[in-house]
Design a protein around this ligand. Structure first.
Ligand code: NAD
Length: 309
């Protein structure tokens, strides 16, 4: 087996070092507040990692626990506190549209997760800057952004091509189309030039910018394709199915593919996938946290300039 297993810890090192140096040399102390209003063990784990990484890099992190019914008021309090530079919430809280509402209660200038409508809209429309002078980059949702960084690290992005086109010619299957990860990720990768098959329990959509990348931003079309059709075509397979019993059928994976799992559960059979994949990334959580902190430092600077929003 010649599969290379790449761990999130190693991928995130350079980002964590860069953050640490920036914070130390500029002598700043950005503060991130995380709200935990559920009993989900995955959320508690995520909070634990956030605290640990923040301690390493010099970010001040405060975990605030509250009941879900108090959460809105607590977010507003943090929005108004000039000593808080970034806010995040461990979702799901209500697990329905109320979570989407809460994502927009977080002040856009403090939204380290990039889930506010303004950022999500800009991402879907391939608008990369907040200002006309193009000095302030948009905040990108941190898990999709982390997955982009994973793909850059393992060499799926082609550095010879111009920025914004570096996935031209790549075929990617993403098994998950949630609003938090799968759909924004499909849009980001298609905006960067990939042909993306976005799989959910109801079917498969194709995200692309047309032949020769003739479109400025991606478009989406419905397909009648199945997982059996798209997996053998895919250079990259990314999966995030929140179920312990779900396994991507390894026999359908193209020989030499890049396989990335972001689910809390192991969506790939570790032994089987190593027989097919060239590169296997079993988890990405640590990269996500590094992106969260990167977004925080960016927002800290924008708040200091105070003119982006
Ligand atoms: P979700 O429940 O909102 O979405 C799940 C998606 O998977 C849906 O699009 C659904 O249609 C699809 N799906 C479910 N079963 C499927 C199947 N059998 N075949 C094809 N598609 C199927 O969940 P979410 O918020 O996107 O989270 C998914 C997983 O990712 C969870 O385990 C979560 O903990 C994890 N997660 C990880 C990170 C990270 O940084 N590592 C961040 C966010 C979420």
């Amino acid at each position: 087996m010649s599969c290379k297993v790449v761990l999130a810890q190693g991928i995130s090192v350079s980002y964590r070092e860069e953050l640490k140096n920036t914070i130390k040399t500029r002598n700043i102390r950005p503060k991130l507040v995380g709200f935990l209003a559920n009993e989900d063990p995955a959320a508690a784990k995520y909070a634990e990692w956030t605290a640990k990484t923040c301690a390493e890099t010099g970010v001040e992190f405060e975990l605030r626990k509250c009941s879900r019914n108090d959460l809105e008021d607590k977010i507003i309090e943090a929005n108004q506190d000039a000593g808080v530079h970034g806010i995040m919430v461990y979702y799901p809280v209500f697990g329905d549209r109320q979570d989407q509402y809460l994502q927009n209660v977080v002040d856009v200038s403090k939204d380290v997760e990039g889930l506010h409508h303004k950022y999500v809209y800009n991402m879907y429309h391939n608008i990369r800057f907040l200002d006309e002078a193009k000095t302030k980059k948009c905040i990108i949702p941190c898990t999709p952004l982390g997955l982009v960084k994973v793909m850059e690290y393992v060499g799926v992005y082609n550095g010879i091509l111009p920025h914004g086109n570096r996935l031209h010619g790549r075929i990617v299957t993403i098994i998950n189309r949630s609003e938090i990860v799968g759909r924004p990720l499909a849009a980001l990768l298609a905006n960067d030039g990939a042909k993306v098959y976005s799989v959910d329990i109801n079917g498969i959509q194709e995200f692309h910018r047309g032949v020769g990348l003739q479109l400025k931003k991606h478009e989406v079309s419905e397909t009648t394709l199945t997982v059996e059709d798209v997996l053998p075509l895919s250079d990259v397979v990314i999966t995030g199915v929140p179920s312990p019993s779900y396994k991507v059928p390894s026999h359908l994976i193209r020989d030499g593919a890049v396989c990335i799992n972001f689910s809390t559960f192991k969506n790939f059979d570790g032994d089987e996938i190593k027989k097919k994949a060239a590169i296997y990334v079993p988890a990405v959580g640590k990269v996500t946290v590094a992106m969260l902190e990167r977004n925080l430092v960016r927002l800290y600077d924008y708040q200091a300039q105070d003119r982006a929003f």
